[in-house]
Structures are given as C-alpha cells and as structure tokens.
Design a binder for this molecule. Sequence first.
Ligand code: N7H
Length: 464
Amino acid sequence: MTDLEMTDVQGIVLWGYGDKPDSAYVLLEIIDVSAAKAWLARTEFTHAGKDQYPDVRINIAFTYHGLEKLGVPDATLSGFSLEFQDGMVSPQRSRMLGDVYEVAPSTWSWGAATDGGADRADPSLHAILLVYADDAAVLAAAVEQHGSELETCGFRVRVLDHAKTLAGRKEHFGFRDGIAQPVVRGARTGSEGNTIEPGEIVLGYENGYAKKPSSPRLGDEDFGKNGSYLVFRQLEQDVPAFWSFVVQKAAELYGATDPVRLAAKMVGRWPSGAPLVAAPDRDDPTLEDKDDFGYRQSDPAGLRCPFGSHIRRTNPRDWLLGEDAGASQNLSKLHRIVRRGRPYGAAIDPELDISKMLDAIADGSANGGRRGLHFLCFQANISRQFEFIQSTWVDNPKFAELYDGADPVIGRHRPPGGGLGEASFTVQTDPLNKRVTGLERFVRVQGGAYFFMPGVRALRRLAE
Ligand code: N7H
C-alpha cells in the first residue's frame, strides 16, 4: 500500500465530511500580510488523519495571486501548473470551459477581475476558507467567529451562500448525488476498477502514468507535496426550466406523461440514485448507492443508459474505446476527479419529492429563489482532469460519435433558432433512436476560481 501521509493532507481532499451536512465557503483577500501569516500560523486546519477530527472542520486553499501576495518566491510560483497560474478566467480558457456569452465571466458575481475587461481572474481573490459543521446554527456561529477574527487579522472577507446537504443527499433537480467517487489508493480500499493512483489527486506520489505530477519546490523542499488543486464553480440551477422542458419533451417522446424516465435518461441514474444500467425500466431505491458497474457488457448500445447522458460522458468507465474494456477503463481513470460539491439555496420541495416539485412548478409557486451547486473537485492536474471532462466530454456535441448534443443536464447548447440547427439529446432506442431537440441551458456558472490546497507542512511554511 502507498504511504500516503494522511496527517499532512488537508481532510476535505480525501474525505467528504458526510457527517457534517452544513458548509460555508469564505472568499478571502489578504490586506495585511504579516497579520494574515500570524493567523495562518496559529490556526489548526483539519487533516485527513482520523485521529484529528474536530467538531467544526476547516480547510484552506489559495489562488496564484494569494500565494504571490504571501511572498512565495517566483521560482516556486513558476513550479505550479500553467492553468493554475492563469486562473479560471482568460479569453482562451473561457472559450474552452464554455464560459461565454450569457455566462461570460463579466456576468459572474465573483472570480473575475472587476477593473475593466473581466477577462482575467480577480487578482484580489487570494484564498478560500472551507468550514464544515453539524448544523446551520453551529456553522453560522463558526463563520461569524472566524469571519470577525479574519477581519481583525488582515483579511477582507466575503461569504458565499451556505451549502446544505439536502434530503436523500439529492441535488436540486431531485437526483441523489455524491455516489460515484474514485478510491484513492493508500487512503481507502476498493475495487481495482474504481481505484486510482494517489498522484492523480495528491501531489508527491505516482500518478496513473507511474510518474509524480510536477510540483513546485521551495529551496530543497517539495512545497507541493500532499497538496491538491481545487476547482470551485458556483453553478446556479434553473429547476423550473429543467422540469418544464422535461415534462414537455417526455410527453412528445413517450406519448404519455412520464417525465422522470426522460430526466433519468438525461442523468444516467434515477432520482433514488439507482443506475440505469442496473435498473433500466423503473427506479429501484435498493440500488441507490450502486456504483460497481460498467457499460461495455451490460449496455454496449446505450439502450439502458444513453451515450450522451451526464454520468456516461463524465466517466465513460469501460466503454469508450470499442471492444477493449480494460483500455477504456484505464483511459477513464486518467480523467477522474474527487467531487466535493454541495447544494446551496432552498429546495423547491424539502423532501425533493418530484411530483410535489412538478406541482409547485406547474402552479408557479416554485418560481424565483436562487439555488444551485457549489461544485468543488480535487485533482493533481486541472488540465487533464476537470478541464478535459468539461471541454472534451461535457460540452462536446460530437462526444462518442453523437451527432449534435452536449451534456443534456449541464451542457452548453446553442440557443434554439440560432441558425445552425438545434442541439439535441439522443435516447438510443430499439428499433429507432429518439431525439430530444431544443435543449436549453439549465445550469449557469455564477463565479469560480482555481485554488491550490497545500499540505499542512506547506501551510506552516506559508505562515513564516
Ligand atoms: Fe455531475 N445531476 O444532477 O445531474 N452528477 N452534476 N458534474 N458528475 C453526477 O454519481 C450534476 C458536474 C460528474 O463516475 C450525478 O454521484 C449537476 C460538473 C462526474 O459515474 C448527478 C451538476 C462535472 C460524475 C449529477 C453537475 C460533473 C457526476 C450522479 C451541476 C465535471 C460521476 C450521482 C449543477 C465537469 C460519474 C453520482 C460516474 C455524477 C448532477 C455538475 C461531473 C445526479 C446538477 C461541472 C465525474
């Protein structure tokens, strides 16, 4: 087993803190560098060793500008990956991530520079503090306490909408989330097909190419060791638009009102979480956490789980490369991420009961209200992992030889009537495929940034 230094990795990289349903994300600007360093030096951040598991858990990550502000030398800064140095916002990166037109960084509420242009990452966003607690009251008290301490210690503070795990661990469209997660070798054990090398997520260890990811050095030390890159995107979900679209298209497609079937085809799992490959005809809550499946054997033609569905394209598992299931599995494993996202905003129905959600959407009482997903993921290589998934799989209309369809749930689609033909979602069906046209954008990015979450020792060096 790989010797992962668990007590030097910040906890949220390797554990989901599922026992802490409430979380807060605090954006920080460093104003007074020496006061900020003093705060860093005396604050205890939660590590991944189970011997230190405090009631309120806190972790911290920095942007490139944040590390620069703390005085990290140029030679070290240049050892970080180029995408991290660039940040999430640049004209080229925005095109690649689909952050254009109505979701261009100029429309975001945080993460893009505000002094003209908005075509670069906000240089005053330096760090993010992640706080996890047992309930909303404990969280609010912890954020209040940390917030006021931070303000007196040389930081400017901005708190994003608090996140809360919803009933049944569902996201706002009504589907169970946080099921599929790679096992990081050395941290836990799991099936070989679902296990990735530690260097896929944590710097300082071998990755899937049997190489250590490049890592910044500070003098003689591996400064990046036990750190991980964090991608944070605030993704607003238009739940009424999603379900209104699905209700209308399902009626056209199936000749009956069975909207949940079409929505499940779009996601690749039923609302309970049961995967379509294992439960092709109806939801089966006994399979809610089932994750030991592939597509090659059970569903090579996509008749159960469509090729273009959200989960099949974000992790094609053993299927993408023709007959060779092993090679496909290995390829997919090079593009995995550890997801740590959580929903924010009030759910349309507290139980996420879809028939109640549909009633509320139909009678208009569900309109309004901001809700979405604070999408967070960890990886050792932002370009090969998050950016690849987003640009080559999610937003690619030709994914898996499809004709014209990006991810039907979170993808970027051409507006209907745009002159180039309508974006579509294909439901593989025997004998004739069904095609859903006129896809809309149901998920919009509101802000985001690339961070680096250092190991605990490196945090101490930062405080010096
Ligand atoms: Fe996705 N959703 O409700 O449809 N996602 N996702 N995601 N997602 C997954 O397996 C959702 C987003 C992945 O290994 C499930 O945990 C929503 C982004 C990956 O089988 C559901 C949003 C990216 C997987 C959703 C959103 C990904 C995954 C099934 C935004 C990466 C695992 C539950 C608002 C760029 C696939 C589960 C696998 C699963 C939803 C965003 C990636 C229900 C609503 C931006 C890798």
